[in-house]
Structure formats: structure tokens, C-alpha cells
Ligand binder design. Structure first.
Ligand code: ADP
Length: 578
């Protein structure tokens, strides 16, 4: 018996609603297209339903789901007659077909069975298919939602079927909603899975970083140097184990205080390193005197490294301290030994000098030429020994900090000129051309003895390390580019042997003699420039040089125009170079 149309519609809608809810509740792995196909087939009675899923806008993948087709029909119609079998591949969907499916949703296929979209099926085969499956009409139904096409169903009506367009449309609507949700859920799950992988990777990275951090922490905690981290205001926020070993203070006694807490306040260097770091925002290193909790003093080499933000503000500082008291004591003992030994050596060398001079002067009677030659050799060697011993004495006085700086108003040019005069015999002997260029200046507050040592070393080096017939240029001028702090610039330049590039960083170190001159010039101790640099370091001056092998060398010394600062000490340095 035929059902009333309204009743039927009501019935269909119930099925559809259930189906729609069902779609949403479907497990994401289950085949939602199959579900739609089954329900459509149920709705339309004895019809054939083929479901296509669209993967991209221009491509459709035909699902395997064909509903309402008996084994025979399926075989005859879809697997034998139609070749190549289109149901296993994807095929293009024309733009106009897509537009139609989105806007109209339900299209009566006028032009044969598979007229929609492809046209790949010969009309004659289509006819055979229509006849063998007694197909009377074909529709294509689009599943679209908000302008997006998810797929379509091709419905082939058989004899006696009717397509109730209203209920079908409602079904399609719900199917599209369900598909949309289904896809969203799929995407969500995919994103979730990807996120999980990312989280896992990140967790592994973090674990690795934590392990590194742990190692780093262990290294810092167990380091023999005192390591402290302070905030921007230099208040301690972390202190390693060595801190209490070195200072005697417990962690809780120093957290929140500054490392200056155990500094010796009577030390003139006290606190200076922090001022430097705050001013320059750069790493600094300084030697200071500190005091342990038990009142014992010690000498520390302190280092502060600031950590800055993007605006160059200090966020925190790493403060490191090493107890160098022992090393200092050993250094001091070495210097004292050198000082003592040099001192003791000086007296006999001076005696040798007197006696050789006396013999050479004929005080002990006439000597023949051969004797004179030998005695002269002894005298020469003795002179060199005296210079070496005096240089060693100078170095020990510098290293022990016992040398003094006694500034007094001096004519700097006079000093340079007198040094050149002293060296004149050697200059003449080597046929050197000397160009001098001095500005007129008033007297400056400098230590004449130390200034003489500086010139003696630089000019005698230029003489010594320049080949015969070479050129030397000596100049004293005022350096104007360092206003408002004017300074005196002294230049000693030669076109001699030069210093090999790979050894230039050692020029101011003790006992350095460059490879290129060792054989050419045997005379030399390698202490002269170390002494010059030390004097300048203590008198506010600077020394720089430029040198090229076989071309020459230029030394540039700057001294503050205001003069050298006074430095008290018990010893003078002696001029040794000439
Ligand atoms: P030394 O007693 O050997 O001259 P210095 O300390 O005065 O010792 O100089 C160290 C070394 O630097 C020299 O041995 C030499 O190799 C190099 N040197 C210094 N001045 C010059 C120069 N004007 N030209 C070439 N080499 C120089």
C-alpha cells in the first residue's frame, strides 16, 4: 500500500535526523560516506547510489561504495562493460559542474547515465547500463556546506522509484553539516597528533637541556673558584660552595649582600671593578685584597661579567674570584731572589770594570796590543753583564712594585736630544741618517730618569735593529685628537729589520727577542720594552707600535700632557740600555 506523502516525509525526516546525529557521533575512523550512502539507499527504495568523495576542488575520488546494486549488475555494469573502471581512480570535476553542485545541490542528469563531470563513457555503453539495470533517471546530489564541496552522490532511479526532492534536500543539508563536522574533526585530530609529536620533541629537547644544565650546575657548584651571581644592584642571588670555603661566610650570611662585603675597604682598588663594569657594561678583571670571616687577608683575582638585555641594561652579573695569595707569594719570592742575586752580582762586576779600566789606562804599566785586545774584550763583556744585571734589577723592582716615580718639571726635548747625543757614536758608525722633529713645549711634570729610560730603549733599538745606512725618525708632538685630555706623542721610527708578524704579540713580554734579529744582533736582553711598557702603565702613558719585516718599525708613546703621577717607592730604576 502506498504511503501518504506527508507521512512519508515525516518518516524520512526522522530517519535523516537520526542519521545526521549518527554522522556526528561516528567514530572518526568509520566511513561516513558509507553511512550516507546506506541511508540514501534506504530513503530512495530500490535505487543505485554511488558516492564520490572530493579530495581537492578539482579532483574527485570515487569511493568503493555503490549501494543497491546486485552482484550481477555490479559486475556487468561497472566492472565489465565500463573500461577502464573509473571507480578506482580519481577524475577531474569541471568548474561548472562544481558550481552547479554547490548552488543547485540536486541536478537531474539529462544527458545519459554518467553525464556529470566526465563524459568518458561512451553513450552506447551508458544505454546498455541503463537498460540492464532498468534505470529510468539519474540525479547527482552535491554535499556542500558554506561554499565547500565535499562530495556527491549519484542516484540512479529504477523503474517505479520517485525522488522526493524536499526530503532529499533536507537529507543533503544534514549530510553536508555532518561531513563538515567530520572533516573538521579529522583535521583537529591530525593537528592534535602533530602537536603531540611536537610536544614530545620539545620535551626531549628540554630534557637534554636540563641534563646540560645539570652538568653545568654541578661544574659551577664544585668549581674551586668562588662563583657568585648577583642582580643588577650587585646583590648576591647565588653563591657556589667555594664561596663559603674561600670567605668563611655561610650562604645565608651573604645572600642579598654584595661581594664587597668581604673586601678590604682600605685597599685603594676596593669596589673599582664594579664601577668599571657599570660604566662600560663590559667584562672586567682586577686584583684586590679581601678579608675572610676569620679576619685573615688574602689576595684575589676578581672578574665580573655583566649579562645585558637588548637595551644594554645589566640584568645580572657573574662574579668570579680566585685566591692568588700563594701565587703572589711565589712571584714575590722569585722577584726578591732576582733582586738579591742581581745586587750581589753588581759589586764584583763593578770591581772587574775598575780593574780592566785601570789596566787599559796603563795604570799597571805598559801592555802590548794583544793584551790590550783581550782586556778590551773582557771589558766589553763585563759591560754587557752589568747592563743585564741592572735590567734584571729593574724588572724585579717593577714586579715587586718598589720602584718610584718622582715627577718634576722637565724639558722633554732636552732629554731626547741628550739620548740621541749619547748614541751618536753608534749612529755614525752605522752611517744612519737621523731626522728629528720636535715641537716647542714648556716643561712638563715627568720623571726625568724614567723618561730617559723610555727614550734610551726605543732609540737604541732603532739604531740596533736598522741596517747600515738606514734611516731613523724621532718626533715629539702634541696629540690634538685626544682633547680635552691633551697628550704628548713621541714617535721613534726606523726602516730597519722589522718584527715578524707572528711574534708581534710578545713584544712587551719579558725576555722576548724576535727570531729575525737573534743571529744578526747578539747584544740584547729582551727586557727593555717590558720595562718601558711597565713604566708607561704606571705613569698614565701608552705604547703602541707598527712593524713590517724588512720594512721597519714605528713605536708611538703617549704621555699625559698633565704629566706623570707620583708613585712612592723605595728604589729607582737604572738606565741600562746604552
Ligand atoms: P732587546 O734588549 O733585545 O733589544 P727589547 O725588549 O728592547 O730587548 O726588544 C725586544 C725585541 O723586540 C728585540 O729583541 C727585537 O726583536 C724587537 N725590537 C724592538 N725594537 C725593534 C725595532 N726598532 N726594530 C726591530 N725589532 C725591534
Amino acid at each position: 500500500m502506498d504511503q501518504e506523502p506527508e507521512e512519508l516525509l515525516y518518516h524520512d525526516m526522522t530517519v535523516l535526523s537520526e542519521a545526521a546525529i549518527g554522522f556526528v557521533e561516528l567514530d572518526y575512523k568509520s566511513d561516513i560516506y558509507k553511512y550516507i550512502g546506506e541511508n540514501l539507499h534506504k530513503l530512495l527504495g530500490d535505487s543505485i547510489v554511488i558516492i564520490n568523495e572530493f579530495i581537492q576542488s578539482e579532483q574527485a575520488t570515487i569511493t568503493k561504495h555503490i549501494f543497491g546494486v546486485s552482484e550481477t549488475v555490479d559486475r556487468v555494469l561497472f566492472r565489465t562493460l565500463i573500461r577502464p573502471n573509473p571507480f578506482k581512480s580519481s577524475f577531474p570535476i569541471s568548474v561548472s559542474a562544481q558550481r552547479n553542485l554547490i548552488s543547485k545541490r540536486l541536478i537531474k542528469v539529462q544527458d545519459g547515465l554518467f553525464g556529470i563531470g566526465q563524459g568518458r563513457f561512451p553513450r552506447v555503453l551508458t544505454k546498455v547500463a541503463e537498460l540492464s539495470a532498468s534505470i529510468t533517471g539519474a540525479y547527482t546530489l552535491g554535499f556542500s556546506w558554506k561554499g565547500q564541496l565535499f562530495g556527491n552522490a549519484v542516484v540512479l532511479l529504477r523503474h517505479g522509484n520517485k525522488l522526493r526532492e524536499k526530503s532529499i534536500e533536507a537529507f543533503l543539508h544534514q549530510a553536508a553539516v555532518a561531513l563538515q563536522r567530520h572533516r573538521t574533526e579529522l583535521e583537529l585530530r591530525k593537528a592534535h597528533a602533530e602537536l603531540e609529536i611536537k610536544v614530545e620533541e620539545r620535551t626531549a629537547d628540554l630534557k637534554e637541556a636540563m641534563r646540560d644544565l645539570e652538568k653545568f650546575k654541578l661544574a659551577v657548584e664544585n668549581a674551586s673558584d668562588l662563583i657568585v651571581i648577583t642582580d643588577a644592584g650587585s646583590n648576591i642571588i647565588y653563591a657556589n660552595d667555594a664561596t663559603s670555603t674561600m670567605t668563611g661566610y655561610l650562604n645565608k650570611e651573604i645572600i642579598g649582600k654584595t661581594p664587597l662585603f668581604w673586601g678590604d675597604k682600605s685597599d685603594p682598588e676596593h669596589g673599582k671593578i664594579w664601577d668599571t663594569v657599570r660604566r662600560t657594561r663590559k667584562y672586567a678583571i682586577k686584583e684586590v685584597r679581601n678579608i675572610r670571616k676569620n679576619s685573615q687577608g688574602y689576595i684575589a683575582e676578581t672578574q665580573v661579567a655583566p649579562v645585558l638585555d637588548a637595551e644594554m641594561n645589566i640584568i645580572f652579573c657573574v662574579y668570579i674570584e680566585r685566591d692568588i695569595t700563594k701565587a703572589k707569594e711565589i712571584d714575590q719570592a722569585k722577584s726578591e731572589f732576582v733582586s738579591l742575586a742581581s745586587h750581589q752580582l753588581r759589586a764584583p762586576l763593578t770591581s772587574v770594570n775598575w780593574y780592566t779600566e785601570a789596566i787599559l789606562n796603563g795604570d799597571t804599566g805598559k801592555i802590548n796590543d794583544e793584551q790590550k785586545k783581550y782586556i778590551s774584550e773582557i771589558s766589553e763583556a763585563n759591560h754587557r753583564m752589568i747592563k743585564l744585571v741592572s735590567s734584571l734589577l729593574n724588572v724585579s723592582r717593577i714586579d715587586m712594585g718598589t720602584f718610584m716615580i718622582e715627577p718634576e718639571p722637565c724639558d722633554l726635548i732636552e732629554i731626547v736630544k741628550s739620548v740621541v747625543l749619547e748614541l751618536r757614536p753608534k749612529i755614525t758608525e752605522k752611517k744612519l741618517e737621523v731626522e728629528e722633529n720636535y715641537i716647542k713645549i714648556n716643561k712638563v711634570m715627568i720623571d726625568p730618569n724614567l723618561t730617559r729610560i723610555i727614550f734610551q730603549n726605543l732609540i737604541s733599538n732603532a739604531v740596533k735593529y736598522t741596517q747600515e745606512g738606514g734611516k731613523i725618525y724621532i718626533a715629539v708632538e702634541i696629540k690634538k685628537d685626544s682633547q680635552p685630555r691633551k697628550s704628548l706623542l713621541i714617535t721613534v721610527k726606523d726602516n730597519g729589520f722589522g718584527i715578524p708578524k707572528n711574534q708581534q704579540d710578545k713584544v712587551f713580554t719579558k725576555l722576548f727577542r724576535a727570531d729575525n734579529i737573534k743571529e744578526k744582533v747578539s747584544e740584547g736582553t729582551g727586557l727593555g720594552l717590558y720595562i718601558v711598557k711597565s713604566i708607561l702603565d704606571h705613569s698614565g702613558g701608552e705604547i703602541k707600535f707598527y712593524s713590517k719585516q724588512h720594512k721597519g718599525t714605528a713605536f708611538f708613546v703617549t704621555l699625559p700632557f698633565s704629566g706623570m703621577p707620583k708613585k712612592s717607592g723605595s728604589r729607582e730604576l737604572s738606565a741600562t740600555k746604552l
